[in-house]
Ligand binder design. Sequence first.
Ligand code: SF4
Length: 359
Amino acid sequence: MSTFEIKKKDREFLDNLKQKEKTEVLVNRMVREKYIPNLAEIRFLLSLEEELAGLVYDAAHQVQLDNFEDKLQIRGILEFSNICEKNCKYCGIRKNNKYISRYHLSLDEILQIAREIEKTDITTIVLQSGESRYYPLSSLISIIKAIKENTSLALTLSTGVHTREEIEKLAEAGCDRFLLRFETSDQKIFSEMHPDDNLLTRLNCLENLKRSGIVPGSGFMIGLPGSNLSTVARDLLFLTGLNLPMAGIGPYIPVNPKEVIASPATLNTDVYFLAVSLLRLMNPQMHIPATTAFDNLVPGSRILLLNRGCNVFMPSFTRDELRKKYSIYQRRETTCNTKDKLENLHEKLQKKKPEVNLP
Ligand code: SF4
């Protein structure tokens, strides 16, 4: 039978077979040979759907289990101030947003919550705020020292860009880790979204963190306006090239639009989840959190991600009344800040051991 005689249905069958074979070969190489796919291959993997996407999810979970067994790292996050001097277009706490009231916690309030976190057996506190000199460096240093002297918690800071000198002082004070996402490696989209920021400055900051001995983490946003599948693929390669011990990626969720903000890129929902699983396959030992924004994309999906490559979960310990004011994006309520809820979480996770069938 000539090629021309093959009916459309048969051609589709053959195409599917080829796609499956290609997916299996690529995923197998990533798992067994630590192969880093090229741009075209990542684009191909990001465009998979249903059963074939499942092959990537399962492989990512297998790599996660191989490297971390079924141990989940839980880190308590405290959003201690929503004051910010910058105007990232997607962000609900940007300086020019007049629709929210601002708050900041005192040293005593922060310390009290740190002690509460310690009591839940969590071993790390993540302190997050807008980028602002409202807390001068001396205040940040006092906060770090107070937590290190009064609790046994490891401390992660996420307070935006700092100079090299500032980073050295934060390291001296006892800061263990620092999160600074680059958000996108696409210069044009970065400039469009961050009118008062610079991609190179962020990357330099990450370099300075590495040099200071503070463990750096970064990440990017999936689906920023103007992005497409190639942008996601390039960001995955870029992030992998940074060779960092931790990184988080999450969907762009437009903030409550009392001001006009661009719509997200049109991407299939699977792309967001595949990006996380591919990040795991490309970085087997990286600590990857299931980021809160996923719960806004698909309710409950933060838990799902813990079976698709993520090994870190960060419940919020910010008081409910303040959390509403920390709307980086428009979010559903996903607070998990009591011991009960944490126990429920453990229970849920124990029931989630998927069958893994690697090709
Ligand atoms: S993303 Fe960060 S730096 Fe930008 S406006 Fe929001 S809090 Fe400020």
